[in-house]
Design a binder for this molecule. Structure first.
Ligand SMILES: Cc1cc2nc3c(=O)[nH]c(=O)nc-3n(C[C@H](O)[C@H](O)[C@H](O)COP(=O)(O)OP(=O)(O)OC[C@H]3O[C@@H](n4cnc5c(N)ncnc54)[C@H](O)[C@@H]3O)c2cc1C
Length: 312
């Protein structure tokens, strides 16, 4: 592929597997790492001007890249500057949630620690409205029982953001602009680029923040296969209210089922893990099998919540 793209540090034919938590995926024709929001905006504008398809990659934790890879430009977002002012934290969209948990905890600010051990950039968290049914930490400390009260969403902490819009203009928008819902924000439906987000946090003793992280990490380790031992992209299928995708897959007796190097996790049926050397075709084969069998056995239709990126 020839191109009119002119970007500093532009690379060609770069395998994407190392940039995803699945460790799966063929090459991008063009690949660039951006280090701040100005470079991010410039890369997107350049791709649009050259009419080259582009994909913005955060930590690659909610996508499956196909074996043939991506025909166009993959922009890997490493813009990760973050600052704290009072009770607010402002971060570029390539900052990781893990990085922001550390930063906010160091200021004794609470809000993001609920998302411990979830691989995510700020941009990816805004895309999917990152969520977790956080554990009741004081109860866990007192009883060792892991119970959660309600699902928390990253939207609850968002004040506003700087975005690059469809016309290439930089705008400041508030939380409502994103129309957040379960596994949803406006980013699914409009080609908008999040450059920077401001989060509101609340003061809390560092020991309580640390306890929350321990409680949630304990829950995650006991219920879900963990990175890097089990590469995955987390839950593959959208939840069905009151039923649970994992439970349906379990009922269809598919837990532990393997195809090539991919396996429906014996620990958590909504996870498909890469046991080593899995291809995207293996994972897609298991996705189809799950959809077919669950429909046949339970009548429910499962839909994927992950993005499938690249040439099929
Ligand atoms: C082990 C594991 C556990 C997980 N547990 C959870 C969980 O408990 N809760 C949960 O909600 N999710 C969970 N996930 C899924 C995943 O962590 C989240 O969806 C996360 O927010 C993805 O962020 P990312 O940076 O990796 O996004 P990517 O996968 O890199 O990208 C996802 C989408 O966001 C878009 N995007 C990224 N950045 C921007 C931006 N700046 N502007 C516009 N669009 C952008 C991308 O183009 C893409 O369409 C889990 C994943 C794994 C691997």
């Amino acid at each position: 592929m020839t191109t009119a793209l002119h970007l500093p540090r532009l690379q060609r034919n770069v395998p994407l597997a190392p940039y995803t938590t699945y460790q799966i995926g063929g090459p991008a024709d063009f690949f660039v790492e951006v280090r701040d929001q100005h470079e991010l905006a410039a890369a997107v504008r350049a791709a649009r001007a050259a009419k080259v398809p582009y994909f913005l990659l955060g930590t690659g934790a909610n996508i499956l890249v196909t074996d043939k890879g991506f025909r166009g430009l993959v922009i890997r977002n490493r813009a990760d500057h973050a600052t704290v002012h009072g009770h607010q934290l402002t971060a570029e969209s390539g900052a990781t949630i893990a990085q922001l948990i550390d930063l906010s905890a160091s200021y004794g600010l609470s809000g993001l620690e609920h998302y411990v051990l979830i691989p995510s950039s700020v941009g990816g968290a805004m895309w999917q409205n990152l969520h977790f049914a956080s554990v009741d930490a004081p109860h866990w400390q007192a009883t060792q029982e892991l119970r959660s009260e309600r699902t928390l969403y990253i939207a609850e902490n968002v004040v506003g953001a700087r975005i690059l819009d469809e016309q290439g203009k930089i705008r400041t928008v508030d939380r409502d602009f994103f129309a957040f819902d379960y596994d949803y924000s406006i980013l699914h439906d409009r080609p908008l680029i999040v450059l920077e987000v401001t989060f509101k946090l609340s003061p809390k003793p560092k020991a309580a923040i640390e306890l929350q992280m321990q409680a949630n990490a304990t829950w995650r380790r006991s219920k879900q296969p963990q990175l890097p031992e089990f590469p995955s992209c987390g839950s593959v299928f959208k939840k069905i209210e009151g039923v649970g995708a994992g439970r349906l897959i379990d009922q269809a007796e598919l837990k532990g089922h393997r195809l090539g190097g991919a396996q429906i996790s014996p620990k958590h049926a909504n996870y498909i893990v890469n046991l080593g050397g899995a291809t995207a075709a293996d994972v897609l084969g298991l996705i189809e099998l799950v959809q077919r069998e669950v429909k046949a056995r339970t009548g429910y239709e499962l839909h994927t919540e992950i993005g499938i990126i690249g040439e099929r």
